[in-house]
Design a protein around this ligand. Structure first.
Ligand SMILES: *Cc1c(COP(=O)(O)O)cnc(C)c1O
Length: 379
């Protein structure tokens, strides 16, 4: 019995062909035809004004911090229950992340707690759409407007997801996507920044290209390129953009299988979850999600650990993630926790487990995971 891993990378049919074409093409750095195609496909999928490809979601968030000019003395509101990059990029600029607790149902930032975390120093609100299930964006966009704060979406999970039919990543001034190997669409390492405003998008192109206007040079708009701004190098190389194009061309196929697996878990585990006091994912009616994660919340940590061990005994690898940021070593050193602390994030982090979910999960493997879970009894 071979073990069923938590994750297997999906490789699209055209992926190798596209990479070969990119390697032998005239431009295998940035600005090649695959980079243009990937950005166009992402614009079509999201309706974003501009799509700026980057080397990762982390560098897309880095770029956000540079674009917004956040720096020493500033505070940025971030969820505690998210990936480290949602917070660390602000620290890199000398700002203080202020950690807000999550909701017990969607595990997204608790919109009711954001206002109490706002101070005269607050510059931005960061939200992460956990598992690609949208945060309460009606409330959050209004808060950001009322206080004049930039809204930044860490949409690493949510490509293809929507809130009241509007694609995730397009509510804020800036939205970050990840194409890390573990995400629904992957090119190993890669990302993109969705940008609403033209002026910000133009600056984003400059900052990701070492602070030069090289893009305008490539487009024939200027006859030489020069250093015009601060900057770094967040350019996605053409062979990775080529893989991204192949994956985006297969998005329908990827999503069909992911949705099938997600629904199979949700239906097949309903009775077991009910009998054992286990919570399944909650998707509010206004949200459509891209089946990025299937997680369960056990009644306590002992049962979570026991379930993971039980699954391992049945050849199924399950994992847990995240550790809350507010109580992590760097979170304590660089950040501040909003009034009331983050008790929900702490509780959820102790009780959560994620099941294997990817297009290559075969039908008999899916059954094996479900049988392994339902043969566990919560004690
Ligand atoms: C994966 C992930 C990131 C980081 O993405 P990279 O592309 O690996 O930098 C950021 N935020 C969240 C919520 C993620 O899941």
């Amino acid at each position: 019995m071979t073990a069923i891993p938590y994750h297997r990378a999906f490789v699209a049919e055209n992926q190798l062909g596209h990479v070969t074409e990119a390697m032998y093409g005239e431009l295998s750095s940035g600005y090649g035809p695959f980079g243009e195609r990937a950005a166009r496909l992402l614009r079509e999928m999201t309706g974003a004004g501009h799509v700026v490809l980057t080397t990762s979601a982390t560098t897309a968030l880095d770029l956000s911090a540079l674009l917004l000019g956040v720096g020493p003395g500033d505070e940025v509101i971030v969820p505690s229950y998210t990936f480290v990059s949602s917070a660390s990029v602000w620290v890199l600029r000398g700002a203080v992340p202020v950690f807000v607790d999550c909701r017990p149902d969607t595990l997204n930032i608790d919109e009711e707690l954001i206002e109490a975390a706002i101070t005269g120093r607050t510059r931005a609100i960061v939200v992460t759409h956990y598992a690609g299930v949208g945060c309460e964006m009606d409330r959050i966009t209004k808060l950001a407007e009322r206080y004049g704060l930039a809204l930044v979406e860490d949409n690493a999970h949510g490509l293809g997801g929507s809130y009241r039919d509007r694609p995730l990543g397009t509510f804020g001034r800036l939205g970050a996507l990840s194409f890390h190997v573990t995400k629904n669409v992957q090119c190993g390492e890669g990302g993109a920044l969705l940008v609403a405003e033209d002026a910000l998008a133009r600056r984003a192109e400059i900052i990701r290209e070492k602070g030069t206007n090289r893009r305008e040079f490539f487009r024939g708009q200027v006859d030489r390129y020069r250093w015009v701004e601060m900057g770094s190098n967040f350019m996605l190389a053409e062979p990775l953009a080529a893989q991204l194009v192949a994956q985006l061309e297969s998005f329908g196929e990827i999503q069909r299988r992911r949705q099938d697996v997600w629904r199979a878990y949700h239906e097949s585990l309903a009775a077991w979850a009910h009998d054992n006091g286990v919570a399944r994912p909650v998707v509010p009616p206004e949200c459509a999600h891209p089946a990025h994660i299937y997680h369960l919340l056990l009644p306590d940590m002992a049962n979570r650990q026991a379930l993971i061990a039980h699954l391992a005994g049945h050849g199924v690898q399950a994992v847990f993630h995240y550790f809350p940021l507010h109580s992590s070593p760097a979170g304590e050193r660089y950040g501040r926790t909003a009034p009331g602390g983050c008790p929900v994030a702490e509780s959820v982090a102790d009780r959560q487990v994620r099941l294997p979910l990817y297009p290559g999960l075969e039908e008999r493997e899916l059954r094996r995971v479900i049988d392994a879970v339902t043969s566990y009894r919560v004690s």
